[in-house]
Design a protein around this ligand. Structure first.
Ligand code: GTP
Ligand code: MG
Length: 244
């Protein structure tokens, strides 16, 4: 046999190719029905989940939103939330979360991103906030370094995601450099954007201002604390996010 392969390589290569082409056909009748169906659909399924990142400035409620989504559609698992900015300093993800709304579904890979800010803001305003929250200088510097890495990681993910929910704190002025930069980079990467104007439960919230500032995008006014309009947000995500 070995001698045969060595002496007539071309003929035998053809034989091997034909065999490997027909091999799956011989396997089919022996596979259980359900596995067979999964195998066939798997062959045609080019992309299973839509990758959605939750972006926004620090402390706007990104992780609170991720936790709501997880609680509503997965049921267990929770990420850490804190009033101190830059709590999330590594990208956190949950795969294959099935969103359901109005009889429609969308399977997403969910990414909770570190808060985006500029270097200047990080080294002045946020550093001061770390100190005011009770951290000593070393702890504050460590958090600052980790936050810097987190921002880099969040920005590098923009190339890999299909859609973004940009969470803004409605009590804050939406007209600022960070929001403009964030939305500009997402647009440059062809990422579909929905804006969630969060914290509308607070009396000082002005979601109308967020809506006016970001009129080019679908804006949903929400509260992650009391769950206002979460259903509307899910509906909007399912309607607008269909991959790149
Ligand atoms: N009143 C109110 N507070 C909220 C709401 N959503 C989040 N918060 C609070 O805002 C703070 C920040 O929430 P996070 O979910 O940690 O915000 P984040 O955007 O993930 O923050 P970083 O990870 O630091 O960027 C926490 O104290 C939350 O309890 C909301 O809808 N209403
Ligand atoms: Mg967070």
């Amino acid at each position: 046999m070995l001698l045969n392969i060595l002496t007539r390589p071309q003929q035998n290569l053809k034989h091997i190719l034909i065999q490997s082409f027909y091999l799956p056909c011989f396997l089919i009748p022996t596979m259980p029905y359900r596995r067979l169906l999964r195998w066939i659909t798997g062959l045609f399924r080019l992309k299973k989940s839509i990758k959605i990142g939750i972006y926004g400035p620090p402390n706007s409620g990104k992780t609170s939103l991720a936790n709501r989504i997880i609680a509503d559609f997965v049921g267990s698992g929770e990420w850490k939330v804190s009033p101190i900015p830059h709590e999330t300093r590594r990208v956190q993800s949950m795969r294959e979360v099935v969103l359901r709304s109005g009889g429609k579904t969308l399977t997403i890979d969910l990414f909770d991103m570190p808060g985006i800010t500029t270097r200047d803001e990080l080294h002045s305003d946020y550093f001061d906030e770390f100190i005011l929250s009770g951290m000593n200088e070393d702890e504050a510097k460590k958090r600052l370094d980790e936050a810097t890495e987190g921002i880099k990681e969040a920005v590098s993910h923009m190339r890999r995601i299909d859609g973004a929910v940009v969470v803004l704190d409605s009590t804050k002025n939406p007209y600022n450099r960070v929001n403009a930069l964030l939305l500009g980079v997402l647009r440059a990467n062809n990422v579909k954007v929905i804006v969630a104007a969060n914290k509308i439960d607070l009396s000082e919230a002005d979601a109308g201002k967020v809506r006016r500032a970001l009129h080019k995008y679908p804006v949903v006014e929400i509260s992650c604390t009391d769950g206002t309009n979460m259903e509307k947000l899910y509906e909007s995500i399912i309607e607008h996010m269909h991959g790149k």
